[in-house]
Structure formats: structure tokens, C-alpha cells
Design a protein around this ligand. Structure first.
Ligand code: PLP
Length: 226
């Protein structure tokens, strides 16, 4: 399997899932997650039309960012430590994994110094697994109120990772929870926050996520698997 044929097949499956949910495929954006993938393969994916890259480590992303001679958006999708905020602001166009106030404050400070506004998603732990990062659904509102008050961060939605389960149907309740939480938060009209982006769905569960309202899927394996 080549990256090109993987991407074709992926877009076919996105289209079919969207159709089942009576949604437009264009309303679902694709972030291709390139952790552990080398620059050559990333270039190949970009040449096949990929325009948003996701990475889960700042250092790895920074190295590739420097090396990359193609123009794409870079999204941070992994756990971010406060001390890496400065480099993250240099590399990323969006941070999808904001889930601690200290990291949010560090990002705010570094964005302010750089004179830029960082689009951000709030990571929510919808599976209840202890090893997962993310604010709990109950903590989400006060947490977002605080992040939304930081002038150099712009909350644009929510992100979640479902539990890794053999049957993707079992991930459905996580995705539904995230969508319902976004609807509730939208109703609160929090200044400086919108909830149009729902980043949910990975290689093993993106079709269920699309059926539950995902507007952004993050795919690695299904693009780069041989
Ligand atoms: C690795 C990763 C993905 C992509 O996972 P695949 O199963 O390879 O598609 C998506 N989101 C996050 C946060 C990741 O770390």
C-alpha cells in the first residue's frame, strides 16, 4: 500500500461515513498525524494533498518543521509541558491538547511575547481512563472560562481521545459525550470561546466519530501503514 492509495481509501471511507450521517464530507477536516514518520514520507503525503500535520512531541515537530520545504499547518495533539510552550508557539498553528492551567498560562505568555494569537482546543477526558490526559467533562466549563480569558489564546472547540477498543462501536459514547458537552458549552456563551471544532476520531474509530459529529479527525496509521 502506498501513501497515495491509503489516502484515497481514507477519503472514500470519510465520504461513506459522512453520507451515513447525512453530513458533507467537506465539513470534516483531516489532520494527518506524523509522529515517528520521517520527513520524506511527510512530503509524500503533502504532495498527495494533505494540508494539516499533527505531532505529539514538540521537539520532534520542531525538527521536522525546520526541515520541511512545504507549506502546511502544524497542530500539537500530544501532552504539552509548560516548559515547552515557547518552542510550541514557534512551531504550531494550533494546540489541540490544552488541559492544564499552567500550560495554558505558559502558552499565553509566550504568544503574548510573540505577538500572536494561538487557536486552541480543550482536551477532554471522555473515557474516564486514569492514564488519559484531559479535563473531566464536569471541570470543562470553569476551565474553559479561565483559558478563554487569556487574550492570546482563542478557544475554538474540544478534542478527545476515546479508549482504544477492538470494536469502535464502544468508542461511540465518548464521542457523543464530547458533542453534547460542546452543545451545552455553546449555550453558555462564554466570551472568547467557540465550540465549532470537535477533534475526535483516529484510524480505528474515525467513522463512528464522524457519525457522532466530528469536524476534525486525526489519522496516522491508516495513512502510513505499509
Ligand atoms: C497518534 C495519534 C493519533 C493518530 O493515531 P492513529 O491510530 O495512528 O490514527 C491521533 N491523535 C493523537 C493525539 C495521537 O497521539
Amino acid at each position: 500500500m502506498s501513501i497515495k492509495s491509503n489516502l484515497l481509501r481514507l477519503h472514500e471511507r470519510i465520504g461513506q461515513a459522512a453520507e451515513r450521517a447525512r453530513r458533507a464530507p467537506a465539513d470534516i477536516s483531516l489532520v494527518v498525524v506524523t509522529k515517528t514518520v520521517g520527513a520524506e514520507k511527510i512530503r509524500e503525503a503533502i504532495d498527495c494533498g494533505v494540508s494539516v500535520i499533527g505531532e505529539n512531541r514538540v521537539h520532534e515537530a520542531a525538527a521536522k518543521h525546520t526541515e520541511m520545504d512545504r507549506s502546511v499547518e502544524w497542530h500539537m495533539v500530544g501532552h504539552l509541558q509548560s516548559r515547552k510552550a515557547k518552542q510550541a508557539v514557534e512551531v504550531f498553528d494550533m494546540v489541540q491538547s490544552v488541559e492544564s492551567i499552567s500550560t495554558a498560562r505558559a502558552l499565553q505568555k509566550r504568544c503574548s511575547e510573540a505577538g500572536r494569537v494561538m487557536p486552541a482546543l480543550i482536551e477532554v477526558n471522555t473515557s474516564g481512563e486514569e492514564q488519559k490526559y484531559g479535563v473531566s467533562p464536569e471541570e470543562a466549563e470553569p476551565f474553559i472560562m479561565e483559558v478563554a480569558s487569556m487574550h492570546n489564546l482563542r478557544v475554538e472547540g474540544l478534542m478527545t481521545m476515546a479508549a482504544f477498543v477492538p470494536d469502535p462501536e464502544e468508542a461511540r459514547s465518548s464521542f457523543r459525550l464530547l458533542r453534547e458537552l460542546a452543545e451545552t458549552l455553546r449555550g453558555k456563551r462564554i466570551d472568547g470561546a467557540s465550540f465549532d471544532t470537535l477533534s475526535m476520531g483516529m484510524s480505528n474509530d474515525f467513522e463512528v466519530a464522524i457519525e457522532e459529529g466530528s469536524t476534525m479527525i486525526r489519522i496516522g496509521t491508516a495513512v502510513f501503514a505499509e
